[in-house]
Each structure stands twice: as structure tokens, then as C-alpha cells.
Design a binder for this molecule. Structure first.
Ligand SMILES: [Zn+2]
Length: 125
């Protein structure tokens, strides 16, 4: 039997695998720990060269993080709607919006709870 959406949530299946970037992880010289300027390719203290400027590397990680957020949202949305039986139902987008609005500040688990309640009201099971 396949796992429920709640089980997958608890196991971290919908977690973002990309970390939210911190500038301090990108603007440090790997040789001398000097803090480099965001646009600098060369360390002002020891002259070591980076392949990518700190800001560019930071932005690239931010993009990966945002893509990860989008991907986990889409995956969770599809799976949750499918599981509660509202995928393709005429109320699908309204039910999703309401469950998301009411629950997402507390996390995906609450969104799922709201969606389960709504599907019970709408579908009767
Ligand atoms: Zn340095």
C-alpha cells in the first residue's frame, strides 16, 4: 500500500532539499576567512580568486531554493487534492485556496487537515 500524504509529510518528503542561502556562507575567503565584498572575485587580504563572485553564488542558491519551494508546493498540492478526492472536482481550486489560506501559516499539516474537513463537507466521506 502506498503511503498517505500525512505520512510523507512527517517523513520530510515535501521538505525543500535546498537550503535558504546565507551571505556569510558565500562572502568568506576560503584561504584566510577574510570577508569579501559581494561583487569581488579576489580576496582583498590574500588575493585568492573565487570562481564566482559572492553575490552571484548567493543569487544562484536563492534561485535553487525558490525552485525547491515551488516544486514542493506543487507536489504537495497535487498529492493532497488527489488523496482527499477533490482532484478534478468542480470545487477543487476554491477548496484548495481556502485550505491554503486557513492553514499554511501553521504548515502543510494544517493545510491537509483543512482540506480533509472540506472534502468531508463537499463529498460526504
Ligand atoms: Zn583571503
Amino acid at each position: 500500500m502506498s503511503k498517505s500524504v500525512r505520512e510523507k509529510l512527517n517523513e520530510g518528503y515535501y521538505d525543500n532539499k535546498e537550503k535558504y542561502p546565507k551571505m556569510e556562507n558565500f562572502n568568506k575567503c576560503l584561504e584566510c576567512d577574510n570577508k569579501m565584498g559581494k561583487e569581488d572575485l579576489f580576496c582583498s587580504k590574500c588575493g585568492t580568486k573565487k570562481d564566482t563572485a559572492p553575490k552571484e553564488a548567493y543569487d544562484a542558491q536563492m534561485k535553487k531554493y525558490r525552485d525547491g519551494e515551488n516544486e514542493r508546493y506543487q507536489k504537495f498540492k497535487e498529492d493532497a487534492l488527489e488523496e482527499v478526492g477533490l482532484k478534478g472536482h468542480e470545487t477543487e481550486s476554491r477548496a484548495w485556496s481556502k485550505a491554503w489560506d486557513d492553514g499554511h501559516s501553521s504548515g502543510m499539516s494544517d493545510v491537509l487537515s483543512h482540506l480533509e474537513e472540506l472534502s468531508y463537507v463537499i463529498l460526504g466521506y
